[in-house]
Design a protein around this ligand. Structure first.
Ligand code: NAI
Ligand code: MG
Length: 333
């Protein structure tokens, strides 16, 4: 079984005398920097004051939150640990222009997702440490759990350990962010990257939205009211997921009616067929071989036309119109 690390496995003194530069003050940057700061870690922010040709709101936000904020180049120079939290598709460019020149012995380069190391878009010199500390939650949830005195689960991985201290530093950071209170799994950059990409494609983001849409469309096309189809296919999904989150399939199957049990268990396999499983296997292969990464890099280079078009299609889907109306009713105080 994979090793699950908790508070007792980590020692925050590995960070003594070290400054961490959190590069990018977005979803993860904001959450991680604030948790580290509240745990007494010396944190500075590396950001760009101007992004594109506009003032960058993240720069102002970091300042307003009480951080020392520097241009990325300067932050990378000042800090011992450089934790890159700009969007994955910009990391290689930012690294090349502003970080690479500061990568001397004694420095640690850190990530919350292995994409750029795994697909060799960033190739750090051998004399530095390269680590990953990845939360298994969005930034907002991470910060909320920290403030409530708990933490979200996380992953750590070590790619290069030139100093011999890389693992201690990764664990100390995970502890400072309270992830070791929930449990931290130790893995490789490849495991994290491939699983993360596969998961978001096949199950979490891609799989679920298509399943919800297909269910909703089927009901609406058959003449059922869209409001009811929304409740059935989207709203109630949360209730089912909450049960699985709390107690797995066992708790979920126990909680639903016998009719739902029988219907679900006999019909679910007609949706996720052997053919679907074959498609999943191919998806995983394309992630592992770097084929997907290549396609995504090309899409970014072209200005993300496919992403923009498909995202707009989902924004314009009828489930969005009815969903907005229904959620507005709920949110009335
Ligand atoms: P984000 O999009 O929320 O934040 C990006 C920040 O980087 C912004 O504040 C912006 O000021 C800066 N930025 C954007 N474009 C830039 C550019 N071209 N040059 C320089 N700075 C730029 O990013 P997010 O979602 O926090 O992701 C950061 C990392 O965390 C990624 O590696 C991601 O895979 C990882 N991660 C994200 C999770 C999430 O919930 N969002 C969960 C786990 C890992
Ligand atoms: Mg992901």
């Amino acid at each position: 079984m994979i090793n699950i690390l908790t508070d007792k496995d980590a020692d925050e003194s590995a960070l003594n005398g070290k400054t961490i530069a959190v590069i990018g003050y977005g979803s993860q940057g904001n959450a991680q920097a604030n948790c580290l700061k509240d745990s007494g870690v010396s944190v500075i922010i590396g950001e760009t004051e101007v992004l594109g040709d506009k003032p960058n709101p993240s720069w102002e936000k970091a300042k307003a939150d009480g951080f020392e904020v520097y241009e990325i180049d300067e932050a990378a120079k000042k800090a011992d640990i450089i934790h890159i939290l700009v969007p994955d598709e910009y990391q290689a460019g930012v690294y090349k222009k502003q970080i690479k020149k500061h990568m001397k012995a004694g420095k640690t380069l850190s990530f919350s997702h292995g994409f750029n190391i795994c697909f060799k878009r960033i190739a750090p010199p051998a004399e530095i440490d390269v680590i990953m500390i990845a939360p298994k939650a969005p930034g907002s949830e991470e910060r909320k759990q920290y403030l409530e005195g708990f933490g979200v689960p996380g992953l750590i991985a070590i790619k290069q350990n030139a100093s011999g201290q890389a693992r201690n530093v990764a664990l100390a950071l995970a502890k400072a962010m309270h992830w070791t209170r929930a449990g931290v799994l130790e893995c490789t950059f490849e495991q994290e990257t491939y699983e993360d990409l596969f998961g978001e494609q096949a199950v979490l983001c891609g799989g679920v939205t298509e399943l919800v849409k297909a269910g909703f469309d089927t009901l609406v096309e058959a003449g059922y009211p869209p409001e009811m189809a929304y409740f059935e296919c989207l709203h109630e999904l949360k209730l089912i997921v909450d049960l699985m989150y709390k107690g797995g399939f066992t708790e979920m199957w126990k909680a639903v009616s016998n009719t739902a049990k029988y219907g679900g268990l006999t019909r679910g396999k007609k949706i996720i067929t052997d053919k679907t499983r074959k498609v999943m296997k191919k998806m995983l292969k394309d992630v592992e071989s770097g084929k997907f990464a290549k396609e995504w890099a090309k899409e970014c280079k072209n200005g993300k036309p496919v992403l923009t078009k498909l995202q707009q299609e989902d924004f314009d889907h009828p489930i969005e119109t009815v969903g907005k109306e229904i959620r507005a009713l709920f949110n009335k105080k």
